[in-house]
Design a protein around this ligand. Sequence first.
Ligand SMILES: Cc1cc2nc3c(=O)[nH]c(=O)nc-3n(C[C@H](O)[C@H](O)[C@H](O)COP(=O)(O)OP(=O)(O)OC[C@H]3O[C@@H](n4cnc5c(N)ncnc54)[C@H](O)[C@@H]3O)c2cc1C
Length: 718
Amino acid sequence: MSRKKLFLVLIIVAAIAVFIGFDLHQLLTLENLQKHRETIAGWIDQNLFSAVIGYALVYVFVTALSLPGAAIMTLAGGAFFGNLYGLAAVSVASTVGASLAFLIARFLLRDTLRSRYRQTVEKIDRGIEKDGAFYLATLRLVPVFPFFLINLAMGLTAMKLRTYAWVSWLAMLPGTFVYVNAGTQVGQIQSTGDILSGELLLSFALLALFPLLAKYLVAFLRSRKVYAGWQKPTQFDYNLLVVGGGAGGLVSAYIGAAVKAKVALIEKHKMGGDCLNTGCVPSKALIRSAKAADTLRHADCYGLESVPVQASFKTIMSRVKTIIAQVEPHDSPERYQQLGVDCIAGEASFVSPWELEVRHNDGRTERLTARSIVIATGGKPALPPIPGLDAMAPLTSDNLWDLQEQPKRLLVLGGGPIGSELAHAFARLGSQVVQVERGDRLLAREDADVSTLVKAQFEADGIDVRLQHAATEFRLEDGEKVAYCDHNGERVRIPFDQVLVALGRVANTRGLNLERIGVETLPNGTVPVDDDMSVRFPNIFACGDVAGPYQFTHAAAHQAWYAAVNGLFGQFKRFSVDYRVMPWVTFASPEVARVGLSEAEAKTQGIDYEVTRYGLDDLDRAIAESETQGFIKVLTEPGKDKILGAVVVGSRGAEILAEFTLAMKHGLGLNKILGTIHPYPTWNESAKYAAGEWKRAHAPDRVLAILSKLHAWRLGKR
Ligand SMILES: Cc1cc2nc3c(=O)[nH]c(=O)nc-3n(C[C@H](O)[C@H](O)[C@H](O)COP(=O)(O)OP(=O)(O)OC[C@H]3O[C@@H](n4cnc5c(N)ncnc54)[C@H](O)[C@@H]3O)c2cc1C
């Protein structure tokens, strides 16, 4: 605990001790109020101003420290100052006191709670940010929720003090009035319970419905405002129109059809989108060929004769195409047609929030209407405006797959996942690869120890990794392509045959005519979405790369569920997207697979953690396969087995990670992984051994010391 916090705790404890020690709480009773009312009233008549100030200060003191007596204080307000002044004094003092209690709770406890229960706190914060004022108003209006508890609980959330103060003030007014008014009749009250009759409580309960009704009213007015000027069709062609046939669009359409909605999917190019045609599938196929080449090159490691690998690039690329063709039926128009989705080959653009214009690939145009529309138009590689780059006919993940000849000298711009996967694959296939990265490490999103290991392997496989190199210019010099990079102020010359640009991706929003319906894009090009995946209009949704923040097939599919379900059933209930356990993998060798927090993220977010490491060089299966490079790193809550994050760097990282992902998703700790039988010898045993490392570090030393003595004693050698 920090000094400031300790100081505040001491002050509070001292104040409470004085309050109890001097029996002040005994003074704040109905009997005392009734007994001394006339005497006090007489004094107040003479000293009204000081009395009001003194009364308000005591009120603030009692409520700020969450001491008992606020109800009696409120009655006293009515008894001594009457309805008008009493109400004014109490409502101001109670708001100030409540705000101080709120601040005290926040200062003392919020950080600790956030670091212990980050995910829960973040979820509550999101709810508070959206509807906190309504929740608070409801709680305040029902006087059965203890005043001090609301103050403390709200202090632990992210609610703004200003919002908290004014909502509290407003929503406490009716209850305050009832108490103050009762205070004016204090002589007739037998107990504080008399103040709130059954009827009065019922009226408050009804009143408490008001904020909820107001919430719906605000949502209704907001939606009327966004739709102002648009004429909603009286009937629709579809329940759901989906634009884009990649992972996001396919899953949205699938869900719509599964629940028997009338759905159309509009795709302008190839069904399957990037993942099937230019992303995950071709890249993994290429990586597999590269791995085979590497195995052949290092066959001596397995007792075989190593062979010089002659990559037949054309054959490799044709295998890539065959593999795409094999996966294609999963995403084909025929399959989706059979599922009940109308598949339309064409390009869609918005006409209104319910209407799309579709330019069919055969030249026809038509207009289609739907109650809800899902934008799943994906993204494309970003091409930064580096002088001379255009003239180099740069390769990107889009056009790479048409390459017929293997580049002898390949320059890869970018040290992120796509650049790293492709750089490594080409290097293993025999290209001389120079990989240029502006930052000071590869895979910058991962921890430094991960980047270091990946870089070491890349260099061992012949990649010339240039960190802190920013490409500034491209030139043709005597017929040779040359890149110039800035390296800490120095101009570095890198000649090459082909350049592959992997410097991020931009969302596909061009041509959608979003301007027409007033949907703006963020500076990174993505469409801003709400928690329910809706864009500005509650009936238009976006998912996948066009929405971000993740750019993975499984993230697009995950978001698509929310887009489709909220699109079809949002009038009744809207579900908020849940990203808490989002895994991802960079399929280089070693694979880098992560779920949850990295160390760097935990530090930035101020979350306490413990680290457990397990080296794959200890794993029997890894030793048997001569693939011992890599490690597992698990972050847990201090002193607990709750997993905050895990990264697996190694040969089967992606598969091993699945166990940690499942555990995190379902709240299983490392003890549960340790207690699970894993077949021997498997890669997944490494998860169990990592859990074992954690257990060893948390062994009960005292108990073990006692046991050691017990066993020594039982040996009988005294
Ligand atoms: C090289 C590479 C490797 C990758 N590897 C992986 C991986 O291993 N694992 C992983 O999870 N992710 C990987 N990704 C990312 C993954 O491919 C994307 O995250 C995923 O494809 C996003 O799906 P989506 O539905 O948002 O968009 P897309 O798949 O891009 O689909 C969008 C579709 O919309 C269509 N479209 C666009 N505008 C219109 C319009 N106006 N009208 C009609 N149709 C339109 C496009 O033609 C496209 O088919 C990789 C990406 C790349 C580039």
